[in-house]
Design a protein around this ligand. Structure first.
Ligand SMILES: Cc1cc2nc3c(=O)[nH]c(=O)nc-3n(C[C@H](O)[C@H](O)[C@H](O)COP(=O)(O)OP(=O)(O)OC[C@H]3O[C@@H](n4cnc5c(N)ncnc54)[C@H](O)[C@@H]3O)c2cc1C
Length: 383
């Protein structure tokens, strides 16, 4: 009999499932998609999340598949303002790992399948929830599987975890509201062959026209992200290369482009994350602006803290107080991450030249103080 139902087989749902399966918990992950989302979203995995992933037995494979970003550099007008080493932030993982989200999800899915090949049910969309105080029952709208058979339309368990993303329908079904925030920031991004000299470095170009960020990806690829003034349709590779070139002097080669996207960040915080026998985690509980790369990491850290509480609850221990402390702690962590992302977005806004010079001077000064530099590196890596 299933003990825990997880709605959503994204990175957070899969990771929680791996942790629980390792402890012998009977888990079903219900995922509406029939295949993996190939769109590239998250790339940055921070040291605390790598430590958490290690306990699910996937960190080593991820590190092998990714690029270790050892340093961040801030440049303005062709001048290096400062650099930040990630060496002091962790003995075990002194870097931010860059790995496309679909590879991350593939490795997590492989781990789940290794632990229990029937745990992940694809093509199963949860449409309703009933919590009778003893068990939670979900209604499933299934995609016909091989042989045209629909997966069972109702399933129940002792506990339910909603990891169904920022537009969480489970959150709505539980009657929990989320407060959204929007920002005057818009971005275009694309992956190109990495022909520059920065290799294992992340580079922030703080320019008058707005920030351009660039990060190494596996396979000799570099991701370019440029702030733009208004919501934009997905640009063409030539247009993005021109924006990057105009602001930074570096010209990614349009013919080598492999991914293009545009996004307008928002954030949203669920008013609460626990309701009866259900808990919201990941983007369902808190959506954070992608600028700074924290959302997926935050969701994994939710799961790492929640898994022992689930095991204790299933063993019959009273967990009410611990669950309250968990919810308050994770909310605090989400608020801090949201604040950090808002600082990052503010730093990336266009500025008139005199103000830009002042800001550059201030960044250079802070970067030059070793203690301040270490502090920023720790905050940037979610510690
Ligand atoms: C451009 C961009 C860049 C980003 N970069 C970073 C980064 O570098 N680092 C970082 O940490 N974060 C980053 N993020 C954020 C990161 O992508 C999210 O935080 C992460 O995907 C959240 O994972 P999740 O598992 O909570 O939700 P999701 O990834 O959204 O997964 C939810 C899953 O639930 C399924 N689902 C939804 N509803 C139902 C239902 N009713 N029934 C069954 N299944 C359902 C969906 O199909 C989906 O597979 C970025 C985001 C964007 C947009």
């Amino acid at each position: 009999m299933v003990e825990v139902l997880i709605v959503g087989g994204g990175p957070v749902g899969l990771y929680l499932a791996a942790l629980l399966l390792q402890e012998g918990v009977k888990v079903r992950i219900l995922e509406q998609r029939t295949g993996r989302d190939l769109h590239s979203r998250a790339i940055g995995i921070h040291p605390p999340a790598l430590a958490a992933l290690e306990s699910a037995g996937v960190a080593d494979t991820m590190v092998e598949a990714g690029v270790q970003i050892r340093r961040g550099v801030a440049i303005s007008g062709g001048r290096t303002l400062g650099s930040m080493s990630f060496a002091p932030v962790s003995d075990r993982f002194p870097f931010v790992l860059s790995l496309p989200q679909f590879t991350t999800e593939t490795l997590l899915e492989e781990r789940v399948n290794h632990l229990d090949s029937s745990a992940l049910v694809r093509g199963a969309r949860v449409t309703d929830i009933a919590d009778d105080g003893g068990r939670v029952t979900v209604s499933i709208d299934g995609t016909p599987g091989p042989g045209g058979r629909n997966p069972s339309t109702r399933l129940s368990a002792q506990l339910l975890v909603a990891a169904d993303g920022s537009r969480s329908s489970v959150r709505g079904l539980l009657g929990i509201k989320a407060r959204p925030r929007s920002y005057p920031d818009h971005y275009v991004m694309g992956d190109f062959e990495d022909s520059g000299g920065h290799r294992q470095e992340a580079v922030l170009y703080l320019e008058a026209g707005g920030i351009v960020e660039s990060f190494p990806l596996p396979g000799g690829v570099r991701r370019w992200v440029a702030r733009v003034d208004r919501p934009t349709q997905v640009p063409d590779a030539g247009e993005l290369a021109r924006i990057v070139h105009r602001r930074t002097g570096v010209r990614p080669e349009p013919a080598t482009n492999t991914m293009l996207s545009a996004f307008s960040p928002r954030s949203a915080m669920a008013q609460r994350s626990v309701a009866g026998r259900a808990v919201l985690i990941g983007d369902a509980a808190h959506e954070i602006s992608p600028i700074g790369g924290q959302g997926m990491n935050l969701g994994w850290l939710d799961a790492a803290e929640l898994a022992p509480l689930i095991c204790a609850a299933l063993a019959g221990e009273p967990v009410g107080r611990r669950l309250q402390a968990y919810a308050a702690g994770r909310r605090k962590a989400a608020r801090l991450a949201r604040w950090q992302s808002e600082v990052n977005m503010t730093l990336g806004r266009p500025l008139p030249r005199p103000l830009l010079a002042l800001r550059s001077h201030a960044i250079g000064a802070v970067a030059g103080i070793p203690a301040a530099n270490r502090l920023v590196a720790r905050r940037f890596t979610m510690q």
